[in-house]
Design a protein around this ligand. Structure first.
Ligand code: AMP
Ligand code: TRP
Length: 335
């Protein structure tokens, strides 16, 4: 039996190389694996859990679909859709809310993190992982390829699935988080002690965004924070976090082993050489994506058509599962 793969990404801010290395790039690989059936979702309902500008959110949703296509996700091979186009997600989240203890949500580190930055904490932000559980569970998902920061949310999803199955009988598949051994947590270029994040994406020199101009990319990487030494090696030492991060980016994008990467820099004359090489690799990966994206975003009609097609396919999988869950929970289904 094919393994069903489901993952999602928010249309908030721009997509950076952390998102690409930790998630999206791996989705493209999964799409080309004949043993997998892949579903990738633009999670616009999740984006609403923090304040958004309505016009910008709509633009970024289309932009992200164009980016999906530009990186090589193929609507003939994978199901690509927008979360709010399939009502199962919101409805399923409500049903799962009614079996999820609130104590589980209070423990989520991402909630603690994000809520500490908000003036008003919206109920949706606390509930965010339950919506994510609905995304995953109503598609009978086996594998969830995400970056390290989403591991806790997938574990919560597993707990919700097990609790439901225990109360109402075997219903949901208990999914596995798929976290890459390397590159699952790319750090900020300006501060390698904190992960590269979309919310800091506007801060100059923090992230490399996939659609950045090559000159901007070069500047950000050349200014990346390192240390006062000159040793170019993978290292867990917090002092070397900047160099380690640059090497990790280089390794992820070249597909080389750690040893091969260190050999590449054995004769480097300092961090300048390392940064130049990293900038080159990053630009060689992002530039074709940027060019593709520009062409794709211009054809709005085609994007609309693909969104509709993706939503129909997604609905045909998740709708029957929703009916089953409603029936099990005691809701009277209209005949
Ligand atoms: P988000 O930006 O929260 O929508 O995340 C989209 C995907 O990118 C998720 O699978 C995250 O785990 C992953 N991701 C986000 N930031 C990073 C990062 N700095 N390094 C690696 N993966 C990341
Ligand atoms: N919460 C995820 C993030 O911010 C995005 C997401 C929403 C997701 N639903 C999902 C990821 C389902 C995997 C599966 O990165």
């Amino acid at each position: 039996m094919k393994q069903r793969v489901f993952s999602g990404i928010q249309p908030s801010n721009v997509i950076h190389i952390g998102n690409y290395i930790g998630a999206v790039r791996r989705w493209v690989a999964s799409q080309n694996d004949p043993d997998k059936e892949n579903i990738f979702c633009i999670v616009d309902l999740h984006a609403l859990t923090v304040p958004q500008d309505p016009t910008e959110l709509r633009e970024r949703t289309l932009d992200l679909l164009a980016l999906f296509l530009a990186v090589g996700l193929d609507p003939d091979k994978s199901i690509l859709f927008v979360q709010s186009h399939v009502p199962v997600h919101a409805e399923g989240a409500w049903l799962l809310n009614c079996i999820t203890p609130i104590g589980w949500l209070n423990k989520m580190t991402q909630f603690k993190d994000k809520s500490s930055k908000q003036e008003t904490i919206l109920a949706g932000l606390l509930d965010y992982p339950v919506l994510m559980a609905a995304d995953i569970l109503f598609y009978d998902t086996h594998e969830v390829p995400v970056g390290e920061d989403q591991k806790q949310h997938v574990e919560l999803t597993r707990n919700i699935a097990e609790r439901f199955n225990h109360h109402y009988g075997e219903t949901f598949i208990v999914p596995e988080p798929m976290i890459a051994a390397s590159g699952a947590r790319i750090m900020g270029l300006d501060d390698p002690s904190a992960k590269m994040s979309k919310s800091s994406g506007a801060v100059k020199g923090h992230a490399v965004n996939l659609l950045d101009d090559p000159k901007v990319i070069e500047r950000s990487i050349m200014r990346a924070k390192t240390d006062s030494g000159s040793d170019i090696r993978f290292s867990k030492d917090p002092v070397k976090a900047g160099v380690n991060n640059l090497l990790t980016i280089y390794q992820a994008l070249t597909g080389k082993t750690q040893e091969a990467v260190e050999t590449d820099f054995a004769n480097a004359r300092g961090y300048g050489d390392l940064k130049k090489a990293v900038a080159e690799v990053v630009i060689s990966v992002t530039e074709p994506i940027r060019v593709q994206h520009r062409a794709i975003i211009a054809d709005r009609g085609e994007l609309e058509r693909l969104m509709q097609l993706g939503a129909e396919k997604a609905r045909s999988i998740s709708e029957p599962r929703l009916q089953d869950v409603k029936q099990k929970m005691g809701l009277l289904l209209p005949q």
